[in-house]
Design a protein around this ligand. Structure first.
Ligand code: SAM
Length: 289
């Protein structure tokens, strides 16, 4: 799940420059001229966000790619979000605690400083830059063989109600409804993911058994759930723990992909290594509330 920003190849910049050239093939009316003070870059600019999900301030330098002379130094407080409107990639430099790191940030994408191993800090792709909601994890799907095994281990039966917290494209909820006849609810903050989940549920013919809700899952009512699935980062599982404890009835099952729930060691009844289609190992943890 952990994804580092990749260096953006120069070809992207070239394509961006080409996109500005007028097209002789199109008969479309030209767009209204931008206001005199706006440049083409101002018009195309999108918001890139950098969030600090660690417990300490993080110092970093940021500048438009290829313009190190415009380097700006920032110190971001824990929990804060810095915002940059940009039409072109930005370079970001910081120290992870072990080494100096430099990454390229895409215009319009959210990023988060998070702890990597122990106290080292890394910059990861995030899922959103909303200040009113926690960024629990970026969109990374659980491979289908892992979904299948998670649901087997949760021993689903027809009376269960499964909630997937941060449901992405809804695959866990949809598979549970299709294979086990259960009711399912998927919650995700990303509207595009919710729309995709609804379309996929309809294609799978389970739209009456499932519901997808677009909201911040940390504020959700999950009290009817008898089974909860989680594929979030470790600190996000920790953040969700009080909600699980407050709302789930005793004997509810919680099944996690790859990351444990810190503080629930005594509730953990099973750990299994499951291979995906490419032979890569994933970890599944089962808890009984
Ligand atoms: C790693 S994906 C897991 C997707 C799916 N559960 C699966 O296993 O295939 C995490 C999802 O959490 C969503 N997410 C992140 N922060 C969230 C929040 N505060 N509330 C609800 N969903 C959130 C992201 O949009 C993303 O789709």
């Amino acid at each position: 799940m952990k994804r580092r920003p990749e260096f953006v190849p120069t070809v992207v910049l070239v394509l961006a420059a080409l996109a500005l050239l007028p097209s002789s093939c199109s008969r479309r009316q030209p767009d209204p001229a931008p206001a005199a003070t706006q440049t083409a870059d101002d018009v195309r600019a999108r918001e890139t966000t950098v969030r600090n999900v660690t417990e300490n301030p993080v110092a970093y330098k940021i500048y438009p790619s290829g313009k190190p002379e415009a380097r700006e130094t920032r110190d971001i407080a824990p929990g804060a979000i810095d915002r940059f409107r940009t039409a072109t990639p930005l370079e970001i430099e910081f120290n992870t605690g072990q080494r100096d790191a430099i990454y390229s940030l895409d215009p319009g994408s959210p990023y988060s400083f998070r702890y990597d191993e122990g106290t080292t800090i890394e910059l990861f792709l995030g899922s959103h830059g909303r200040a009113d909601a926690v960024d629990l994890a970026p969109w990374v799907p659980t491979p289908q063989p892992i979904v299948d095994r998670m649901l087997e281990l949760a021993s689903l039966s027809g009376k269960d109600v499964l909630y997937d917290i941060g449901c992405g494209d809804g695959r866990i909820v949809i598979t549970a409804a299709r294979r086990y006849g259960v009711r399912g609810v998927g919650i995700d903050i990303d509207k595009a993911m919710i729309d995709e989940s609804e379309r996929d549920a309809e294609s799978a013919g389970v739209e009456r058994q499932v519901k997808f809700i677009c909201m911040d899952a940390t504020k959700a009512d999950i009290s009817e759930a008898t089974v909860v699935s989680l594929y979030l980062l470790p600190e996000s599982n920790a953040l969700m723990r009080p909600l699980l404890e407050a709302q789930l009835r005793p004997k509810s099952r919680v099944v996690c992909h790859n990351y444990t729930i810190p503080g629930w060691e005594e509730k953990q009844v099973l750990t299994e290594t499951v291979k995906d289609e490419n032979g890569e190992d994933h970890y599944v943890y089962l808890y009984i509330r």
